[in-house]
Design a protein around this ligand. Structure first.
Ligand code: ZN
Length: 247
């Protein structure tokens, strides 16, 4: 099976369309690691699309916040404002769909989806040290996660953890990772709708389970249109500005 794996869409319709165009014909099923909504200006089109096209999705912290399942005092003022705005926009059907998303891990074949970390759905896996603490909690040798908006992840082999990251010299628009059955992996496809690894292009992963090959991808999208829609919706300007720099 060939999967398109995405995360942290954050109501960004233009970024999602660019990913789907770029990946067209290269997958059979779509999986998502959460944070469908929050920050961006198109929560309903994005959730409508997820409901009808994605085979498995775990919930993210912003998904919880936007349907009243999370105390907003944990969020910074910008994230709070975006959550409250999203709450007023979501249709009843879409709010219900988000409210019923599973916490994860969700098992798909021989791998799993989570939002933050196998330790806790809200933990951030940023450094190799974070991954060293998290790997013992993994129930599968291959986990896909999101939450940090940093494309990459971690490989565990013989008690050593190595970051798979954007320092790799080959990392341009596509980077191939061969899955080694001797290793365990925590893989972050990166964020579709709000990348934070200094690359503003939308991020995603294609995973071919038969070939055991995983491709990290980046694709440019119409950032200016997304920015204009965020500003027109009256959302905080920072949410528009950061998309241009990917931070
Ligand atoms: Zn997120």
């Amino acid at each position: 099976m060939r999967y398109l794996i995405i995360s942290d869409l954050h109501s960004n319709w233009e970024a999602l369309q660019a990913v789907l165009e770029d990946a067209a014909g290269k997958y059979e099923q779509i999986l998502c690691c959460g944070d469908i909504v929050g920050y961006g200006s198109d929560p309903n089109p994005v959730v409508d699309w997820v409901r009808t096209h994605v085979q498995a999705t775990v919930r993210g912290n912003h998904d919880r916040a936007c349907v009243g399942l999370e105390d907003l005092e944990w969020f910074n003022p910008v994230a709070q404002a975006a959550s409250i705005w999203t709450m007023t926009q979501l249709t009843e059907v879409n709010a219900d769909f988000i409210r019923n998303l599973p916490m994860g891990p969700v098992t798909v074949g021989n791998f799993q989806l989570i939002h933050g970390s196998p330790v806790d759905e809200d933990d951030y896996l940023v450094s190799a040290d974070d991954a060293v603490s998290a790997f013992p909690y993994a129930e599968s040798s291959l986990l896909f996660f999101g939450h940090t908006h940093l494309q990459g992840g971690f490989r565990w082999r013989s008690d050593q953890v190595q970051a798979i990251g954007r320092l790799h010299p080959d990392w341009q628009t596509r980077y191939l990772l061969e899955i080694d059955p001797q290793c365990a992996y925590l893989i972050n496809p990166g964020s579709v709708g709000q990348p934070r690894d200094s690359d503003p292009r939308a991020a995603y992963v294609l995973y071919d389970t038969e070939a055991e090959l995983l491709y990290y991808h980046r694709v440019p999208y119409d950032v200016e249109t997304t920015q204009r829609k965020i500003r027109d919706a009256g959302l905080p300007d920072l949410l528009a500005a950061r998309l241009a720099v990917g931070r």
